[in-house]
Design a protein around this ligand. Structure first.
Ligand code: FAD
Ligand code: NAI
Length: 462
């Protein structure tokens, strides 16, 4: 048994960042993790492995579709799936070991095993009970289940199974056109799988700008993804190594069936707090099973904090990280800060999709007067050279003050470009501030400046 200032439960982006910040602020810190490796969902079975497979499959797509156009002739590469998975596992290993190194460097004890909180100020791991002045719960999330659909992680998989399939399937049905469905659906489409996405709503990626949604779906269709929209999946039957997906079209209640070698269930995630003993402690949960916190990341029980996917808000690694830092600062007696109005979201398909701030729909609903500056990547020299002219930057600014309220980008490097707008929003910038900033030529960033110019006297290149 050891005494700590802080014990963090969970070592995902929320937990490990919280632990590092606590240690940096002079607090004696431990982090409990039940997995074999540190880094949580994100590093082990989420952000990092999915991006590795997106990168590898994108290279294949480029070789098959764009190399010859540039005079790079010859046979396209063939796919060695085992090697691709081992590249992905190697990337995971480098990242998870990186966190282990950071823990050692910052003198954070890794308490290996599943933790529970038997009483305030105590964390039990295996047979050992440790004392902690403060506890941060960062236990993350798990895939939501769907009635009538039993996941076996072989034929019917969540994202975890989809990142480690024994072979590339011929036919895949993806249930849910959200972020996971479209990222992993893209991976397998590029690898030659026939992918059909079945989505309950009439549009992809709920919550995104509606123009982006339409263009995104159109571009994914062009890449070979098939969509069945407005369809509610009723059940999935598994027959040895195959599956049948039964769904109903919402418009007329008609019933249909799709065959698949693999079914990916990607219908959202839910907070994971099993086994912590929160009920007995009196830690309040919302009706969605998320830990209820106040603006200082305190739960309803003194000395216990919660962050990341275990609490409300977007289930994103960077949101969890920011909360981790902020909670650590509060515990150390400083001021923790997260600006929930400026949390970017990125979909790492090709083209990428990125957003920050308000959508037009939200501004309309709030009755706010706004203007739109839009610029197509077709007018961007760099994008044209790189076969990346599909997409646009859309900037939303206050009609009166010109203050930037949001941005929605579909196009090359959207996930990088969005951060210029995040910084602008943090500084309360006007669209004109971006428009007056010299942007290097030829860069994709010029499209952001052109969208800002479009909020004023007009863009130059359209
Ligand atoms: P997690 O990362 O879920 O970590 C929680 C950890 O706590 C886990 O390791 C778990 O084993 C451990 N744990 C739970 N209970 C206990 C216990 N009782 N004792 C000990 N340990 C415990 N987000 C992005 O921002 N960008 C992306 O590109 C992205 N891609 C994703 C791709 C996929 C396929 C998935 C599934 C998710 C993706 N996400 C992405 C979401 C992102 O992974 C999560 O938002 C993020 O991991 C949340 O961090 P967290 O620290 O709250 O929890
Ligand atoms: P999601 O919430 O993004 O999308 C789920 C989709 O499934 C929705 O479009 C929903 O309408 C649909 N759906 C629900 N029930 C259905 C049914 N019965 N039949 C058909 N469709 C149905 O959830 P997803 O994709 O599982 O991702 C979970 C979380 O992981 C997200 O919150 C996301 O933030 C995070 N994530 C983030 C990534 C990123 O930042 N690039 C990448 C992957 C995941």
């Amino acid at each position: 048994m050891a005494n700590y200032d802080v014990i963090v439960i969970g070592s995902g982006p929320g937990g490990y960042v919280a632990a590092i910040r606590c240690a940096q602020l002079g607090l004696k810190t431990a982090c409990v993790e039940g997995r074999e490796t540190l880094g949580g969902t994100c590093l082990n079975v989420g952000c990092i492995p999915s991006k590795a497979l997106l990168h590898a499959s994108h290279q294949l797509h480029e070789a098959e579709h764009n190399f010859a156009k540039m005079g790079l002739k010859g046979k396209s590469p063939s796919v060695d799936w085992k090697q691709m998975l081992s590249y992905k596992d190697d990337v995971i290993g480098q990242n998870t070991k990186g966190i282990e190194f950071l823990f050692k460097k910052n003198k954070i004890d890794w308490l290996k095993g599943w933790g529970s909180i038997p009483e305030k100020g105590k964390v039990k791991v295996g047979d050992e009970v440790h004392e902690a002045k403060n506890i941060i719960i960062a236990t993350g999330s798990e895939a939501s289940s769907l009635p009538g659909v039993e996941v076996d992680e072989k034929t019917v998989v969540t994202s975890t199974g989809a990142l480690d399939l024994p072979k590339i399937p011929k036919k895949m049905v993806v249930i849910g056109a959200g972020v996971i469905g479209l990222e992993l659906g893209s991976v397998y489409t590029r690898l030659g799988t026939e992918v059909t996405v079945v989505e309950f709503l009439d549009h992809v990626t709920p919550g995104m700008d509606s123009e982006v949604q339409k263009q995104f779906q159109r571009l994914l269709r062009k890449q070979g993804l098939d969509f069945i929209m407005g369809a509610a999946v009723q059940s999935v039957e598994t027959l040895k190594t195959k599956a049948k997906v039964n769904y109903k079209l919402r418009k007329d209640d008609s019933e249909h069936t799709l065959d698949a070698d693999v079914v990916l269930v990607a219908t959202g995630r839910k907070s994971y707090t099993d086994g912590l003993g929160l009920d007995a402690l009196g830690v309040k949960l919302s009706d969605r099973g998320q830990i209820v916190i106040d603006e200082g990341w305190h739960t309803s029980v003194e000395g216990i904090y919660a962050i990341g996917d275990a609490v409300a808000g977007p289930m994103l690694a960077h949101k969890a990280e920011d909360e981790g830092m902020a909670a650590a600062e509060v515990i150390a007696g400083k001021h923790g800060h997260v600006n929930y109005d400026v949390i970017p979201s990125v979909i790492y398909t090709h083209p990428e999709v990125a957003a920050v701030g308000k959508t037009e729909g939200q501004l309309k609903e709030a009755g706010r007067a706004y203007k739109v500056g839009k610029f197509s990547f077709m007018g961007n020299g760099r994008a044209k050279a790189n076969f990346a002219g599909d997409g646009f930057v859309k900037l939303l600014a206050d009609k009166e003050t010109d203050r930037v309220l949001g941005a929605h980008i579909i196009g090359p490097a959207a996930g990088e470009l969005i951060h210029e707008i995040c910084v602008a929003m943090e500084f309360g910038a006007a669209a004109e501030d971006i428009a007056l900033t010299c942007h290097a030529h030829p860069t994709y960033s010029e499209a952001v400046r052109e969208a800002a110019l479009a909020c004023g006297d007009g863009p130059i290149h359209s």
